[in-house]
Unconditional design. Structure first.
Length: 149
């Protein structure tokens, strides 16, 4: 049914939980595990904050460090493969997945304002992916502890 498991990694606690879940499924189903981190490029209305990203050399400089961080995260899963891309995280995950991929993403649990301003990669992927998607919900207690008031 599935040819591989692709997990999105943004180095958040939610993506750590998604990785653990994806790795367990990959092991149980005897499937390759691929972890993808996407360096997000500018989108309205925040172009000015991303001005340094206009230089293509910036991505070449940062990419090896991202691979190192991914390898640290994937140390318990030595057969896993890593990918690094730049662009929109949701679009990049969707583009990397084919219909035989199981796509695993973590749900960060943005506030309503954050969701309005930044959107949700998990929501975007669920609505637009052509493959099955597993959304791993983050620890609700940890999210509640981070909320103000």
């Amino acid at each position: 049914m599935f040819s591989r498991i692709l997990v999105g990694i943004d180095f958040s606690p939610a993506s750590r939980q998604a990785l653990v879940c994806a790795a367990g499924l990959a092991k149980d189903l005897h499937l390759p595990l691929v972890a993808l981190h996407v360096v997000e490029t500018a989108r309205p209305p925040f172009y000015a904050a991303y001005a340094p990203l206009g230089d293509p050399g910036w991505f070449r400089d940062v990419e090896p460090r991202i691979h190192e961080k991914l390898e640290e995260w994937l140390a318990p899963y030595p057969s896993a493969r890593t990918l690094v891309a730049s662009g929109s995280p949701g679009e990049s995950l969707i583009a990397e997945a084919d219909p035989t991929t199981l796509l695993v993403v973590g749900e960060v649990g943005h506030s309503a304002l954050e969701h309005l301003l930044f959107g949700s990669t998990a929501t975007r992927v669920v609505h637009h992916a052509t493959c099955p998607v597993l959304v791993v919900r983050g620890d609700r207690a940890a999210r509640k502890a981070q909320e103000p008031g």
